[in-house]
Design a protein around this ligand. Structure first.
Ligand code: SF4
Ligand code: SF4
Length: 187
């Protein structure tokens, strides 16, 4: 039968020699290769005890930011949703009521804010579009899960901890080493 391509290889059906039938030379050769790797520099690390530093331009899970007084920065202007090429962001705005000045920085705020992480391509355009320093992409991975619904992150999942009441959690979310209560912004 004629071959369709010239990539066919003829199988060598030559009977094995005595040394080949012993298998020991091949085993010793393989072991020598294995032992030689012991003295080479390891390309792997012992994760999670050791971690590689993130690239300065790494873009991970989104965080909704607060100002130094713990008030939410987001004004539900919708610019991030318009900029998002994956249409992953949805929100509902609400008017700030008298007495809520300590919760929301401006008169309008996002009563509902959702990002569908299955749609998100982590391009960072929402962060660039935001005029209020209200959203940024952190150095945290989106954890794996089994259901699609769990990848829709609501405001309660995205909002950074309050720097006044939870300074350590706030610093950790910002990727800061020392807790701080006055952080003017990421940039
Ligand atoms: S990172 Fe890009 S894809 Fe993801 S929500 Fe922001 S703009 Fe949309
Ligand atoms: S995150 Fe920024 S761009 Fe998006 S709605 Fe809030 S203030 Fe506007």
């Amino acid at each position: 039968m004629q071959a369709l391509t010239n990539r066919a290889r003829t199988v060598n059906k030559k009977p094995m020699s005595f040394m080949e039938r012993l298998y020991f030379p091949a085993i010793f050769k393989g072991m020598a290769i294995t032992f030689s790797h012991i003295f080479k520099k390891q390309p792997t690390i012992r994760y999670p005890e050791q971690k590689r530093p993130f690239s300065p331009v790494f873009r991970g899970l989104h965080v909704l930011n607060r100002d130094e007084e713990g008030r939410e920065n987001c004004t539900a202007c919708g610019l991030c949703a318009v900029a998002c090429p994956a249409e992953a962001i949805t929100m509902e705005g609400a008017e700030r009521l008298p007495g809520e000045e300590n919760k929301y920085r401006e008169e309008k705020y996002a009563a509902k804010y959702e990002i569908n992480m299955l749609r998100c391509i982590f391009c960072g355009l929402c962060e660039e579009a935001c005029p209020k320093d209200a959203i940024y992409l952190s150095e945290t991975f989106t954890p794996a899960d089994f259901s699609r619904k769990s990848f829709i992150y609501g405001k309660e999942d995205l909002l950074i901890p309050d720097p006044k009441t939870e300074p350590e959690a706030y610093a950790k979310a910002r990727g800061l080493h020392e807790p701080t209560t006055a952080d003017p912004g990421r940039n």
